[in-house]
Design a protein around this ligand. Structure first.
Ligand code: ZN
Length: 286
């Protein structure tokens, strides 16, 4: 069923697991994500970035929302990385049930002002709001957002930010990057910082840029207070690597022959994430 981000995350916070937020901007991939979450009985957030929404168009959304209503697991439809008030209003108009206001590239007080204003509008019509404090890195040109150097989230600033803005969840910067890590880069999460933030902040915490971090670190972050993890690059790489292989056969033409093996490869990657986040079987808690 379709639900809000707050509802999905409050159960995850109570039971110490993380809800996967998979980015989709294509119908075949979106169907695959719904299917694997239903097969594994995992709640899910269908995440769509404003650039992805521009790519598919707002008319894509009624189909996604209709599919969410029919899903046998809880689904929130979430705008990923809204950076302007106008994008949040667009998400409200399109029927999203959750939005992220990504203001961490702004100075602290401006981030508070934007997030508070957007949160008031979203809350007025029942959407949940994720805020962002601290910046995460960016590893490649196709990564959706990020900076060259990471600014880690300060626990005291996080308390102030949540209180002033009224957000329902908070994306923190503890050492992840958007995109796929180059081979020379050794990602490492500051799990002690996560513990300090979690001890002070009362809302569920969110991890962005989780593609490519070592599994044991991600698994531990879930035990230490992360309740939502965004996965974008990993599932898209799985899908398109398979597609490159399939397209070696130049006789193929039909989406219905080309896409299914690619969707299957993507589902295998998504299934691995769902298990890593301890989200499998959790739909029964709702
Ligand atoms: Zn992100």
């Amino acid at each position: 069923m379709l639900t809000t981000g707050t509802r999905i995350l409050e159960v995850a916070a109570e039971h110490d697991f993380a809800v996967p937020a998979f980015n989709i901007s294509d119908w075949a991939m979106s169907q695959g994500i719904f299917e694997i979450c239903e097969e594994l009985r995992s709640p899910v957030m269908i995440a769509i970035h404003p650039d992805e929404l521009t790519h598919v168009g707002g008319d894509f959304m009624p189909a996604v929302i209709q599919r969410a209503h029919k899903a046998s697991v809880p689904v929130a439809v979430h705008l990923d990385h809204g950076t302007t008030y106008e994008q949040i209003i667009w998400a409200i108009q399109c029927g999203f049930t959750s939005v992220m206001v990504a203001g961490s590239m702004l100075p602290f007080q401006e981030n508070i002002a934007l997030t508070k204003r957007a949160a008031e509008a979203a809350h007025a019509v029942g959407l949940s709001v994720e805020g962002e404090l601290g910046t995460i890195g960016k590893t490649d040109v196709e990564a959706e957002d990020g900076t060259q150097t990471i600014i880690y989230t300060d626990p005291d600033d996080a308390v102030t930010f949540v209180r002033e803005t009224g957000v329902d969840s908070l994306a923190v910067a503890i050492g992840t990057c958007h995109g796929i890590y180059p081979s020379w880069m050794k990602p490492e999460l500051k799990l002690d910082l996560l513990e300090r933030i979690d001890a002070k902040v009362g809302v569920p915490l969110v991890l962005h840029g989780g593609s490519g971090n070592p599994d044991p670190e991600i698994g531990q972050s879930v035990k230490l207070g992360i309740n939502k993890i965004n996965i974008s690059s990993d599932i898209k790489v799985a899908y398109h690597e398979k597609m490159r292989e399939v397209l070696q056969d130049k006789g193929l033409r039909e989406p219905l022959t080309i896409q299914p093996p690619c969707v299957a490869a993507m589902k295998a990657t998504a299934a691995h994430k769902i298990e890593l986040f301890d989200a499998g079987g959790r739909a029964s808690l709702y």
